[in-house]
Design a protein around this ligand. Sequence first.
Ligand code: HAM
Length: 420
Amino acid sequence: MIKAIKGTKDLLPVDSPRWKHLESIVEKVFKTFNYKEIRTPVFEETSLFARGIGEDTDIVGKEMYTFFDMGNTSLTLKPEMTASVVRAYNEHSLGSLQPVTKLYYIASMFRQERPQAGRLRQFNQFGAEAIGSSSPLLDVEMIQMSYNIVTDLGLKDLTIKINSLGVPKSRENYKNLLREYLNDKQHDLSEDSRKRFDTNILRIFDSKSTGDQKILKDAPKLMDHLDDESRADFEIVKEQLEKSHISYEVDPALVRGLDYYTKLTFEIISSSVGAQNALCGGGRYDLLIETLGGKPTPATGFAAGIERILLACENEKSFTVPDESLDIYIVRLDKTLESVVMQFADKLRKQNLSVDFDYLQRSVKAQMREANKMNAKFTLFVGGDEYEQEMTRLKNMESGKEEKISLNELDKLVSKIKNE
Ligand code: HAM
């Protein structure tokens, strides 16, 4: 038997109502903040991500699903949405329609990571990007939106971490200070961190090694070397979060795994899932639009992992969704009435009722069992003497009450079902 690829997951009908519940909350929250949906292709030119996310990141270095098409162009399944959204923003001059473009998405992403709980190779994100303003209020908006969504889902065990990475100039100065500090400690660092010392020194802060963390404890802090503008913006973010009653922690080690960030970065961490505990992450990326060929335009955004959030919801039992029930199950009393039942079901379905019936020529008893299993609100019996008189019998499955209705009184039947 052929099975699904490791790190991918089927969304089965039992899981789908929870998924839809999440999507309805996501769409409601984005609507309240006036974000509009964008969908982009599943694959893009590889250079978009290499340039956008950064050659020295784990994503570009080792996690992308890259292949050559028949024209020998290198293509990549999108590992994240921000680069694709910016590509679309530049390509369609979206900025000329509005000074601030607010976009949201729900889509599948692909990263060749080692699968584990909360870490997949095809996973789904929802997220938002606001392009066109450097106001820290938009950074706050990102945190408010993600926080509103996860709390609307009933999640409680949450920590919001924020940091500022400053503008490139202050960050470069800081990197030199860090390099100086770590220079004579290099041989005590883990192998990964030794590599990062040369390629992407800030990412050493992501190391899980206790030895590395011990060394980093006394390292100079980026927060103490921020430029004035980044510092002022960071103060506004903190003040607005406090006014919105959103508690946060400042985490100077929050460097994030993508290279495009400037100034604010944030993550929402859950303590009810395992090691993969970041439910969402984001921040400001004021230079990405020009890096990808557009006019210099500031921007900010975030993305959240749907599977991870639903795992947290399951562990916290944060919400339950009722089973999807069926409006009517039609029970056919005579085998010869198959076509009549089919046509009647069609009429009811056109009235927006959910209708099902037997396709296996089963006995009346078996059809009744099926109606119960499907949690049908009503059963409609078609056949026998009643049918000769152009009548049917409608049974309310909860109260057990039965009523005869003429087959020609479709309106009456529909209004009964909709109103009871
Ligand atoms: P990211 O931190 O790489 O950021 O991903 C955002 C979220 O996607 C993570 O917090 C996590 O919940 C989920 N996620 C990431 N990788 C996996 C995986 N392998 N399996 C399951 N879930 C995963 C970005 O993608 C940026 N584009 C966010 C952003 C938007 N920044 C600015 N705008």
